[in-house]
Design a binder for this molecule. Structure first.
Ligand code: PAF
Length: 283
């Protein structure tokens, strides 16, 4: 695996790949790689000739009191995992390389409306940071296809919208959620969960599935279902940030006749904010 730290050098290497007729797949990450990231790499490998992973803990998408400082940085272990997965290129820039004019002076990319709800409501500015860095990474790597995990459902929807609105020539592909045996969605932030909390955190996923089953059985009392799920999660000892039954397309509260529905939840443990979702299609 070739490792690049600079925009010019990664561009040059990938330019040669493209000139040789090879397609480029891209998996942007913030590192602390786990099996779910490797599954995204595998998807990119199935679809493209060469695969680039980026690791950049993007300060622009963290709020003032969020976990940018303590976000797990596991560079050596990440390299080993990518080498095992036969990844071709790693782009590992530092902050100066991505924000040479400083973050305050950085031109921003803003996707309106769908970033005001759910995670966007509790993390103001978060999605602006994501879309800004992802559009920069797209311009640096110039991939044919980029693969994102569906666990960050809203992020995926926002990035799809950005690509559509700005006519960015990148195919966006979604990778399924990879779960621990008890249903907990894999996430770099799972390392913040305490051993005492660990047996209870799968309640978020259990409640999402309970609501999904209820809807599949014909229950359309969405507000009551959301309220019951919140009670279940609180009874397991966690504070709920949001729990909503949404239209998969707009991320607005689902209407009773919507056929593409995603149930999304976010909850706080002592030191982590965990998110998860399940989608369903009604016939
Ligand atoms: O999902 C992530 O890890 C990040 O939000 C991303 C897409 C790499 C942008 O920093």
């Amino acid at each position: 695996m070739q490792i690049f730290h600079h925009v010019t050098s990664v561009r040059e290497a990938l330019g040669k790949e493209r000139a040789a007729g090879r397609t480029v797949g891209f998996v942007p990450t913030m590192g602390n790689l786990h099996q779910a990231h490797i599954e995204l790499v595998k998807i990119a490998q199935q679809h493209c000739d060469v695969v680039v992973v980026s690791i950049f803990v993007n300060p622009l998408q963290f709020g003032l009191h969020e976990d940018w400082d303590k976000y797990p940085r596991t560079y050596e272990a990440d390299i080993a995992k990518l080498q095992d997965a036969s990844c071709d290129y790693l782009f590992y820039p530092d902050e100066k390389e991505i924000y040479p004019n400083g973050m305050a002076e950085q031109t921003r990319v803003v996707v309106p409306t769908m970033t005001d709800v759910l995670c966007g409501a509790s993390r103001p500015g978060h999605f602006e940071g994501v879309t800004t860095v992802v559009s920069k990474l797209f311009n640096i790597v110039q991939p044919d296809e980029a693969v994102f995990g569906i666990k960050d459902f809203q992020q995926l929807a926002v990035i799809r919208r950005m690509v559509e609105d700005l006519c960015i020539p990148v195919k966006i592909t979604a990778g399924e959620i990879f779960r621990e045996p008890d249903g907990l969605a894999m996430s770099s932030r799972n390392s913040y969960i305490t051993p005492e909390e660990r047996p209870r955190v799968s309640q978020l996923n259990e409640s999402l599935n309970w609501v999904r089953e209820q809807i599949e059985q014909g229950n359309r009392e969405f507000l009551a279902l959301e309220a019951e799920a919140v009670k279940q999660i609180e009874a397991a000892g966690f504070k709920v940030d949001y729990f909503t039954i949404s239209s998969s397309r707009t991320l607005q509260p689902a209407a009773h006749d919507d056929t593409e529905i995603t149930i999304l939840g976010a909850m706080y443990t002592q030191a982590a904010r965990l998110i998860d979702n399940v989608s369903l299609t009604l016939g």
